[in-house]
Ligand binder design. Sequence first.
Ligand code: HEM
Ligand code: SF4
Ligand code: SF4
Length: 523
Amino acid sequence: MTLIMLNAIQYPIRRLFEGLEVGFDGPFGPVWNPLRQLGTLAFFFFWVAAVSGIYVFIFFDTSVSGAYPSIEQLTHQQWFAGGIMRSLHRYSSDAMVICMGLHGLREFSRDRYRGARWFTWFTGIPLIWLLLISGISGYWLVWDELAQYVAINSMEWLDWLGIFGHSVAENFLTRGSLDDRFFSLLVFMHIFAPLFLLFAMWIHILRVNRAKSNPPRGLAIGSFIMLLALSIAYPAVSHPPADLGRVPSTLYPDWFFMALYPLFDAAGAGTLWALVMGGSLLLCVLPWLPPLRRNPAPEVYLEQCNGCTRCFEDCPYSAITMQPRTDGRPFEQEAVVNSDLCTACGICVGACPMSTPFRREGELQTGIDLPSLSLNTLYKKINQGIELTKNTPPEGQARLLLIGCDHGTDVNGFAGSGVGTVSLPCIGMLPPSFLDYLLSGDRMDGVMLTGCAQCDCHHRLGIEWTEQRLAGMRDPYLRKRVPRNRLHVHWAAANQGSALGHQLKTFQNRLQDLAATDSREAK
Ligand code: HEM
Ligand code: SF4
Ligand code: SF4
């Protein structure tokens, strides 16, 4: 696949997601926007399914003859507790399928699955199968007509491989052919598949530094209430009991888990195996179709590095380790970058206390620097931005620098008329000392920062670290002397250019008023 083909597939999906996300920002706000929390929501729904599943299991009879009546009793005689728990179990599992599907598709459309991220993508693929196995094996336990249909089809599908030596589907051939031992095996499958799933979910986020696996509390409560309301309004019920002597006539499948079964009926086991294996293989190799051409990883300059660990703390992908000092200087540790894990976001450059425009003899040097955009180049770009604004503003207009990132709204389109622009790989690359340089030194009337949408940093932690550095909660923090009224932050997704433009204009007018007040007071 060429890059052009890949872009042609990704672009419409990304635009669709961006449109929906901005739409959802209205009622939910950026923090609670479910489309920006799909991975954490999938985790949350897993826990709801786990707790409700344990409750249902307490009342479940694991024998072939007892399974169906025990579930019926739970559903109807204990509808206020067991019935609701059963429905919660079903709907949270469905919600997990939805979140997982959308989450994977969204990461693909945003190109957050290639390069250093291949591992997280790759380990996401078994999650699809483990979740489907968990759900499908759950439907067997009800032992109603749907269970009968799904179990027989699944076993016939497995039989096609011929790996069991005998036909597993034979266990379902006639009334009485299914014994309690085999049924217990199905029960164990439904317990172990989710346990494997949980283990695989842990592996999935292993390489993600400070991975968020819990949604914001408000969103979790809201999602739970939604599931609860659904469980009360449409309680989960069974089909008539399974009867191996009869072919079920009318079924209402759960399409989130059973979408492949009609395909099995229509095309047969071989075609379905080819489709499933081919599809999985395609997903596995997708990060290399084509591989991402990455910018080079940052280099550590030991003569500037004092081993303070800030870059190590702030790296979103655990690409930095602290190791014993090798240059004999009187520090215990030094930063070492693993280029295989690095996305070249530059957040480590923004974290390094040596990344400052004030300590300068000749070229700017820092402890850790990006070859594709060195601190010295950034310094030059910022100075160019300052110079540009000197030439362009109409009389009396405020001059400001708009600093953004390569993944949010393109800031370069706003250059001119008193506005200079600089775009970084991630806004987290900006050391706060540069704001000090611009504002305390009166080099600019104002600075506006932007990046991706709030809670949706392309490099995960750039927005969070920037906000914490500005608020003085994280080193390196913005010094107190920097006038905050001349600094404005507005996070904007790639499709929120007009809102950003409006904010920019308003801020420029505010700076003008500020300058007018200052000059009146000076007189
Ligand atoms: C049970 C289902 C899944 C759960 C619970 C889950 C959860 C998560 C979580 C919590 C993160 C880290 C978010 C963060 O803190 O930045 C993540 C990242 C990611 N997931 Fe999943 N995920 C699931 C399925 C999948 C699937 C099926 C795929 C695709 C095949 C996938 C692809 C990714 C990728 C590529 C990232 C990395 C994003 C980045 O590096 O910025 N996930 N997932
Ligand atoms: S550039 Fe980004 S991913 Fe690479 S080491 Fe620095 S902070 Fe980590
Ligand atoms: S932040 Fe800078 S000084 Fe601190 S360990 Fe990293 S490279 Fe060294």
